[in-house]
Every structure is written in C-alpha cells, then in structure tokens.
Design a protein around this ligand. Structure first.
Ligand code: DP6
Length: 318
C-alpha cells in the first residue's frame, strides 16, 4: 500500500485556458511556488473496484476516472481504492486539485512500480489537472511547452531563494464555478482572451528571469500583473466570474500598504477569494500578523516553500 503526499502550488504567472483537443494542454505557460504547510495525503490500494474517498466522503470524480482510464491504456493498473485527505479546505481556491492529482499519480506510481520519472509523473498529473503538473516539483516550478511537449519542471530549488507565503483565508466554502468551467467560459466569451494568450510568453520569460536572478521587485511586478490580467479576463467573461469578496479586496489593500511601508511582499489570487501573499525571506511573521487583522480574514496559513510530491514511509492517514 503506497501513500504519497503533495503540496498545493501557487501560480505567480497564471495558467487560464486550454488548447483544443485532448490531454488537458494549457493555452498559456505558468510559473509557481510549491507551498509546504498545506498537504494532501493519498493512499492507493488494489481493490475489487475503483473507489474514491476525499476526506472520508465517497466521491465520483470524472477527472479521476479519465486519468485512471488513460493510465490503464499504458500500464497494468488494477482497480484501486483511493483515500485522500486534505489538511486545508477542498475546492476553495487553495489548489487542492493540484496537490490531489500530484499525490494520486505519485501514489499509483509507487504502488504499482510504474517507474515514472518526475517529468512523466508531471505529465500524467497534468491530464487530471494542469496545475498539478507543477506540484510534482518543489520550490519554483514551471509548466510550459519544451521541445513541443507540455511538461512541468523545477525552475529553482526551494533553498536557493526561500521566499515565504502567507495565505489569507477569507471563505471556507467551495468556489461556485470550477477552474475548468471558468476557463472555458473565458475562452468562449471574453473579448480579452486572445490578448491574454498573446502576452503570456512574455510574462513567463520575465518571471523565469526574475527567479533566476532572485529579483524580488521584478517578480512582484510581473506576478501582480499576471494576477490582475487573470481577474480582468474573468470579469470580462459572460456571465462574469467574480471570485472575490470584500475581505479579498481588504487583504489586497493591506498587502499594498505593507509594501508601501517597506515590506517586500506581493499578492496573488486564483479562482477563489483567498489572498496569497508572497514575501522575501524573514518577512512571513510580520505579514501574517497584519493580514490576520485585515477585515474579514478568517485565518491565515503560513508556509515556506515546499518539496515536490513524494512517497512517505510513515502513512499519516488515520
Ligand atoms: C487560477 O489546474 O485547476 O489556479 O486543468 O482544468 O484542472 P484544470 O484547472 P486548474 O486551474 C488552475 C487555475 C489557476 C491558475 C494556475 O494555477 O495556474
């Protein structure tokens, strides 16, 4: 019985939109940080028939079924019982699908000795959820087209630039529109979609350079720009996708004030109302203290950059 853990990742340059055709290929490249402090633990055991439990509840997830079907086209994978637990809210804009699919593929690889390389695990994870391709890797990761193939890769090891992350949780409930549905809506209805895709490579290159040079200011500028463009794209979709609440806006304001007062910190927001603040090493405690006091913030979660998805010897599922 193999048990794997994986952490969510937070995109600094966002993926939003898919290419047509199969394989869940993104329309835009992305850069992320993998965050320790939030963990998905997944155990896979052979069973009479496929079954999935998330946090103890029996679930039917079409994306999991499709991934298992695709894996079985290439490998001997018997029916499996999958038990997965998140120690953070599921489906609330905290990237539970990223850590979920990364942990699942890693556990299946471990249980059935598929012998996958990290890049291969990343490619399989991508089929489940494209952002999961990045959670296979620790530290700074990318998902981009390389030599014609969309693949995840490590950009920089976590210890080489140990940025800190503070997540301001402003709502615990699942988001109203899933990322997959939202991005299809943006593709088919937003007048800004083509421009979003056209500028994505430039943002990706800028972010990769900023990470390579540990240039916080430049990373801050491009990450907030990518986030603002993503939400402009969402708002210009029909019907509009508005994932923010009042506490989201207040937390943005708090982060901007902190930066004006000299703290090296920037924010980013995904398909949900949580505000993710990324700060230079050593500033996490101060940022967390102020964000916790920002109006409407329910709680803050602090994280350091984490490792990629991996098999654990000591199963931690109860
Ligand atoms: C806003 O990876 O959840 O978090 O591939 O359809 O499962 P699917 O989408 P998903 O979308 C993530 C969107 C995002 C930006 C990002 O993580 O890059």
């Amino acid at each position: 019985m193999a048990t794997a853990i994986a952490h969510p990742n937070i995109a600094l340059v966002k993926y939003w939109g898919k290419q047509s055709g199969s394989g869940n290929l993104p329309a835009t490249p992305s850069v992320s940080v993998t965050v320790a402090g939030l963990t998905t633990t997944t155990r896979v055991v052979p069973a009479e028939r496929d079954a999935l439990r998330i946090n103890g509840d029996i679930r039917r997830e079409s994306k999991v079924k499709s991934l298992l079907d695709a894996l079985r086209d290439d490998f001997e994978v018997p029916p499996v019982s999958i038990e997965t637990r998140n120690d953070f809210p599921t489906g609330a804009g905290l990237a539970s699908s990223a850590s979920g699919f990364a942990a699942l593929v890693t556990a299946i690889d471990g249980e059935f000795d598929l012998g996958l390389t990290p890049r291969e695990r990343s490619a399989w994870s991508r089929q489940g959820s494209a952002s999961a391709a990045r959670s296979i890797f620790g530290g700074f990761a990318t998902l981009a087209s390389q030599d014609g193939a969309w693949t995840g890769a490590e950009l920089l090891a976590k210890d080489a630039w140990p940025l800190e992350v503070v997540i301001a949780v402003t709502a615990e409930e699942p988001k109203p529109v899933s990322s997959s549905e939202g991005m299809e809506r943006s593709r088919s209805t937003s007048p800004f979609y083509d421009a979003w895709c056209r500028h994505a490579d430039a943002d990706f290159d800028t972010a990769c350079r900023a990470v390579a040079e540990r240039d916080f200011e430049s990373l801050c500028e491009v990450a907030e720009h990518s986030c603002h463009k993503l939400h402009a794209l969402m708002l210009s979709s029909r019907p509009a996708l508005l994932y923010w609440n009042q506490a989201t806006v207040a937390a943005i304001e708090t982060t901007r004030q902190l930066r004006q007062a000299g703290t090296p910190v920037f924010y980013t927001i995904d398909a949900g109302p949580q505000v993710k603040a990324v700060c230079a090493p050593g500033y996490g405690a101060g940022v967390a203290k102020l964000l916790a006091r920002s109006p409407g913030v329910l709680r803050v979660v602090r994280g350091e950059l984490g490792d990629g998805a991996r098999i654990v010897a000591e199963p931690r599922l109860s």
